[in-house]
Design a binder for this molecule. Structure first.
Ligand code: TRP
Length: 335
């Protein structure tokens, strides 16, 4: 049986938080363990440049995200784990795709449209502050996906449109030149929790409501204490369904622990106590990874080596495909 190719990219801006861990890192690493799958996971550092002009931030975020995935148990022997900018075939494919992508398709991209709408609302020129990277980034994302002929692309809901665009672009290439690309599919796992942040909205860097993944335990507790609760006193029964503390508990608990906390809520556990237990539960799961993370962050040369090996592995797929594509579009030797 040929393996399903699963591919996803992580933009290298910011520090991984609990929401990233629960919603993306943990399930992706789980999926990579199956022998039915071949996983391609990569650091999307070219994508980072679209929204971040701070070189130090792009650089440190790349190191942190790489160390996080390895510390959480991604096996770089089994999965293909690489940095986008180590694969020159990706920007090359991006150009081939750019030349057959309709401008009108890019006009319809949500991220671009949202930026235009924001400008219009502020009374600015519609294109104010919008670079060509943002405008055409669905094409770069299509190149990321198509270069490895990925079947499944696990993403958050906000990225479904981009995967559909990659499909459109692949179909157009296949139709105009010849069948070169697999049509990828977005995979939105409904079972995976979308973690709530400190204010109860989706945990997201853009809302400033995150809990970083690898905080020392004391700081972790401090952050957890900031999770918004209501004014119910100790002894008053609390509703698990509307509680962020319970929702986060659920993302880390086994069936027994889940039942336990449900009972505690009914019995009126104090918020402070619930938060203490929540911190202990999270810490139990992530403490070993945190230790590994600290080790890896202290040895960037080791992480670098792993990434370069990953790039080599990735290019074994990418190089022959780009050769074929060049030929297909007419970029060929003269004799
Ligand atoms: N754009 C994605 C995000 O912001 C990250 C990404 C880049 C990606 N290339 C990708 C995701 C390819 C899946 C496949 O989340």
């Amino acid at each position: 049986m040929t393996k399903q190719r699963i591919l996803t990219g992580i933009t290298t801006t910011g520090t991984p938080h609990l929401g990233n861990y629960v919603g993306a890192i943990r399930p992706a690493i789980e999926a990579s363990k199956s022998d039915d799958n071949l996983s391609f996971y990569f650091l999307a550092d070219y994508h980072a440049l679209i929204k971040c002009g701070d070189p130090d931030q792009v650089h440190s975020s790349t190191a942190e995200i790489a160390a996080t995935w390895l510390a959480c148990g991604l096996d770089p022997e089994k999965a293909v784990f690489y940095r986008q900018s180590d694969i020159p075939e990706i920007p090359e494919l991006c150009w081939l795709l750019t030349c057959l992508t309709a401008k009108g398709l890019m006009n319809r991209a949500h991220a671009y449209k949202a930026a235009v709408a924001e400008n219009e609302e502020a009374g600015e020129d519609p294109d104010f502050g919008i670079n060509m990277g943002l405008y055409s980034y669905p094409i770069l994302m299509a190149a990321d996906i198509l270069i490895f002929n990925a079947n499944k692309v696990p993403v958050g809901k906000d990225q479904i449109q981009h995967v559909e665009m990659a499909r459109d672009i692949a179909g157009r290439f296949n139709h105009h030149y010849s069948e070169k690309f697999v049509l990828p599919e977005a995979q939105v796992d409904e079972h995976v929790a979308v973690l709530q942040g400190l204010d109860g909205r989706k945990m997201s860097k853009s809302y400033g409501n995150t809990i970083p993944l690898f905080l020392p335990p004391k700081k972790l507790q401090k952050h957890i204490n900031k999770i918004k609760t209501n004014l119910l006193e100790p002894g008053e029964p609390k509703d698990p369904e509307t509680s962020t503390v319970f929702q986060v508990w659920q993302a880390f608990a086994n069936a027994e622990q889940l039942e336990y906390m449900r009972t505690q809520f009914a019995d009126g556990i104090a918020w402070g106590e619930a938060k203490k237990q929540l911190c202990a539960l999270i810490d139990e799961e992530i403490a070993p990874a945190r230790e590994k993370y600290e080790e890896l962050m202290a040895k960037p040369q080791e992480v670098e080596k792993i990434l370069l090996q990953g790039a080599e592995k990735a290019r074994e797929f990418a190089k022959p495909l780009v050769q074929e594509l060049r030929h297909a579009v007419g970029i060929r030797k003269l004799s």
